[in-house]
Design a protein around this ligand. Structure first.
Ligand SMILES: [Zn+2]
Length: 552
């Protein structure tokens, strides 16, 4: 069996792996590379495999960096099934068309530039329509139920606790050895969630595997304790409302927004008998994608953790409360900035580079009474990062905006397991993998994570490189290699000692033969010769036994 790493190798986006067995070829994820123009070129490059020879695909979860090139795969002619959980299929149903729309908008913007520069037109990577069409090959499966997408491959998807529908893939590949039935087990963590995150169950503990392909996003750090943070979260909101300002929460539309809604509902439940300002404050979810995603989250209560299910059972839907509003039209969105009443606005994009959040920042960043409350990671180069890093002035829609609002960062939500979380999850496996292949990590994080894993778990690791193939059949672990070298050395030493003994025996036997020959020459009678021969035979036997006594 061979795995080729076609994305998320020494990078955190573009997840795509090709697995080849003796009979079958399949893909795990087909995500969009995100970030720089170089990454965009990777998205546009031809797929480095023959699409007609791919038998099926497995999708770990709906995030665009794992699913975002599926429409391109479809446009290029792929029509075989793609297996994923039901919530992942539903979330892809809104996220891929949204991605298609963004691709079309970006192509339009580039083409205006191309036109002015006299350059040829470029097509969008794919369109909203392509994204809608590709959904026809989606095959939802249930968590924990085995299925067999090819004659030599069996799969079970387990809850990864990362976003709704996210899965860890347990894959058994039949590789009979000398006619005997034998399966090699391969596990992909996908993106592995954090323990104790709202709504999501904790990542499922896996019994074990032969080979593990593990994500490494937070391989060099541990999240801070979040206990007090929730209180801080509520305090920040209350203080802002008391000053008459707005709380602007830039948030990823899928996952993080629902976690924030959940947390607000939980706090309302906790403070229900007290007079707390934010109990009366309207909360607006202002992002079309977040609105659709929240609907999907609300419908899939069977994927909730125990706490979230208790809310549902008690008749309080954890993703709903009396002052929660969803804005649909752009008009309604604009109205939020005209109305002077204090409010909480949750809007996308999470890193402030696109979407309606930019309008809310434009209308609130300059107001000292307002607060911008970040709830997610802000990548280098984004508007969110500049604000968080303390910029005094930022440019939004060709206008300079002074930053006078209170800027806060709430670390309590994190979609990925941290270093300790990963170690604990692997440590809980009954059968430890022979090799852990590290993917989905920044180049400076991976070597640190690799070292930590080897030191703490004593399992060999390998950092996957982009385009690299690892042949698991030919793979020999470092400890096994050491064993083989030892055996080889022992064998060599043995050969040397046996040869020396045989040399010694040869010399002794020669000596005995010479002596016996001389004695026979000097003998006078037949009886005498018989006695010499008998004695010779006896001496040969004794010498041989004596010299070879210690040779095994
Ligand atoms: Zn993800």
């Amino acid at each position: 069996m061979k795995i080729t790493f076609l994305g998320a190798a020494e990078a955190v986006t573009g997840s795509c792996f090709l697995v080849e067995t003796n009979h079958t070829r399949f893909l795990v994820d087909c995500g969009l590379h995100q970030g720089s123009p170089e990454e965009d070129r990777l998205n546009r490059a031809r797929f480095p495999f023959d699409i007609d020879h791919i038998d099926f695909m497995l999708l770990t979860h709906a995030h665009i960096d794992h699913s975002g090139r599926i429409p391109k795969l479809y446009v290029d002619g792929y029509r075989k099934p793609i297996y994923m959980t039901k919530p992942t299929a539903e979330l892809c149903g809104i996220m891929l068309p949204d991605s298609g729309y963004i691709q079309e908008m970006e192509a339009e913007w580039r083409n205006r530039k191309n036109n002015r520069a006299g350059r040829p037109k470029e097509d969008a990577l794919y369109t909203m329509d392509d994204a809608l069409k590709c959904l026809e090959i989606f095959q939802p499966v249930r968590y924990d139920e085995p299925f067999q997408p090819a004659k030599d491959v069996r799969v079970i998807m387990r809850d990864a606790g990362h976003i709704l529908g996210s899965a860890i893939l347990e894959i058994w590949v039949d590789e009979p050895e000398a006619g005997e039935a034998k399966a090699t087990k391969l596990v992909f963590t996908g993106d592995l969630g954090n323990k104790g995150v709202p709504i999501m169950r904790d990542p499922t503990i896996i019994d074990g595997c032969d080979y593990l392909v593990a994500e490494s996003t937070y391989g060099d750090r541990d999240h801070v304790e979040t206990g007090n943070d929730v209180e801080r979260f509520v305090r920040i909101i209350n203080e802002t409302i008391a000053r008459g300002g707005n709380v602007i929460i830039p948030s990823f539309a899928v996952g993080r927004t629902q976690e924030v809604i959940y947390e607000l509902n939980r706090q309302i439940d906790i403070y229900k008998d007290q007079l707390v300002p934010f109990m009366e404050t309207p909360v607006y979810v202002d992002s079309p994608l977040a609105v659709s995603a929240t609907k999907i989250f609300r419908q899939n209560t069977d994927c909730y953790d125990d706490e979230a299910r208790r809310y549902v059972e008690n008749g309080d839907h954890p993703l709903d409360f009396p002052n929660l509003y969803f804005t649909a039209s752009v008009e309604e969105s604009k109205q939020l900035n005209i109305d002077p009443e204090s409010k909480i606005i949750i809007s996308a994009s999470g890193m402030c580079d696109a979407g309606r959040i930019k309008h809310h920042l434009k209308h609130n960043l300059w107001r000292p009474e307002s607060t911008v409350l970040f709830v997610g990671y802000q990548a280098k180069g984004t508007l969110g990062r500049r604000i968080l890093d303390g910029a005094k002035k930022v440019r939004i829609f060709q206008e300079d905006i002074a930053v006078r609002a209170r800027i806060e960062y709430f670390q309590g939500f994190s979609g990925h397991a941290d270093r300790e979380g990963m170690l604990e999850w692997i440590g809980a496996m009954r059968k430890k993998p022979k090799l852990i292949i590290l993917v989905h990590g920044e180049p400076d994080v991976l070597p640190k994570f690799s070292q930590t894993m080897e030191d703490r778990l004593h399992i060999q690791t390998q950092i996957a490189k982009l385009g690299q193939s690892i042949d698991l059949g030919a793979y020999v672990s470092r400890s096994r290699l050491a064993e083989l070298v030892l055996t080889e050395n022992a064998l060599k030493r043995r050969i040397v000692s046996v040869t020396a003994k045989l040399d010694e025996l040869q010399a002794e036997l020669n000596l005995l033969a010479e002596q016996s020959k001389a004695a026979i020459h000097e003998s006078k009678t037949g009886t005498e010769r018989d006695e010499i021969l008998a004695k010779f035979k006896d001496q040969v036997q004794k010498k041989t036994e004596e010299i070879l006594a210690n040779v095994r």
